[in-house]
Design a protein around this ligand. Structure first.
Ligand code: AMP
Length: 324
């Protein structure tokens, strides 16, 4: 009888076939993007010590505890590219799938466009890290304790400690097995992910104090450079703080914006606990998940438009809730 190879086997076969493998992820690295790509490299090397495996992308200093990155090798037309956590071409950090002999996408974002020869997309997965664990559990790839630690961090960060709706029984099942199999110290891992300086905690209060909150439940702030220096935080850390403001009664959608001087625009991280936000974000050079998105606007006029669109989503959501 003919059994169609499952996706795990198809990916494993390609990993086995290529001696040179490059792993990439999205720009603006976050713990899930870093953990999924770095842990996959380490597990492939652990399983096939003779292969040359590189994880590339611009480093993020505040997440350096997740692991080190490599330089893209000079010649890649004989290599396999695996892209984790990235739905579209423009967000792949430092590699073009077309330059490689073969390419694979492993991603949990809603589909945006086909970028790779083989694509495993599961937008019900909590994180790309969860998908990498699943891949390892279902193939002959051999997990290491260090990789398990990174992947645990990736899942915890992307689910915000299992708070988000895409934390499913499958997520808990996979995490339970990961902990049981590798005996990782999860409390120690939380420390690296959640330890903050007092100044940074005070900055959190600054954000709450300075959020502009609309009647419809939109909260947003454009953090000026003065505030960043006063509280000694960088722009990426400020935006990353967006996860801290869930479950505020009056707030349905919230966003933190910072000025990107280098690119002469304004970047934002947006979160929601009801209204769908990724469609609005995609109109403003952005995208992401239905309740977790990012966007880039050219100036404060465009920022106002984005804010108005998000506010409308809140209004419509509330109106619909009243009807139901
Ligand atoms: P962030 O707010 O940067 O944590 O991003 C939240 C989600 O939105 C992640 O899945 C990102 O990959 C995605 N995202 C962030 N910025 C953009 C952007 N400019 N374009 C498309 N997706 C984005």
């Amino acid at each position: 009888m003919f059994f169609k190879d499952n996706i795990y086997k198809r990916i494993y076969k390609k990993i086995k076939e290529y001696d040179k493998i490059v792993i990439a992820r999205h720009v603006g690295a976050d713990p899930d993007a870093l953990a999924s790509s770095i842990a996959l490299r380490d597990v492939i090397i652990n399983t096939f010590p003779d292969k040359k495996v590189y994880t590339i992308g611009f480093p993020a200093s505040r997440f350096k505890y997740i692991g080190i990155l490599d330089k893209l090798p000079e010649k890649v037309d004989d290599a396999l590219l695996i892209v984790t956590d990235t739905p579209d071409y423009k967000r792949i950090d430092g590699a073009n799938p077309r330059d490689f002999a073969y390419s694979i996408k492993i991603d949990h974002h809603p589909f945006v466009e086909k970028t790779c020869d083989l694509e495993w997309i599961d937008d019900k997965a909590s994180s790309a890290s969860q998908m990498i664990i699943e891949l390892i559990f279902n193939t002959k790839l051999v997990m290491t304790k260090e990789a398990a630690e990174k992947l645990y961090i990736g899942v915890v960060a992307d689910t915000n400690r299992f708070l988000f709706y895409y934390t499913t029984p499958k997520t808990f099942g996979i995490m339970a097995r990961l902990i049981a199999d590798t005996n990782i110290d999860i409390t120690g891992l939380y420390e690296s992910l959640y330890m903050r300086s007092l100044k940074e905690k005070k900055f959190q209060s600054y954000i709450v104090d300075n959020f502009k909150v609309s009647e419809n439940g939109l909260a947003y702030i454009l953090v000026e450079d003065e505030a960043l220096s006063k509280y000694d935080v960088d722009a990426a850390t400020a935006r990353n703080m967006v996860s801290e403001f869930n479950y505020i009664d009056e707030i349905l959608v919230w966003a933190i914006f910072t000025v990107d001087k280098q690119n002469n625009n304004i970047r934002g991280s947006i979160r929601s606990r009801g209204p769908i936000i990724n469609e609005v974000a995609s109109k403003y050079n952005g995208g992401g998940h239905i309740y977790a998105s990012g966007a880039r606007v050219a100036n404060s006029e465009e920022l106002e438009k984005l804010v108005a669109d998000l506010d409308k989503e809140c209004f419509d959501y509330k109106a619909k809730e009243k009807q139901d």
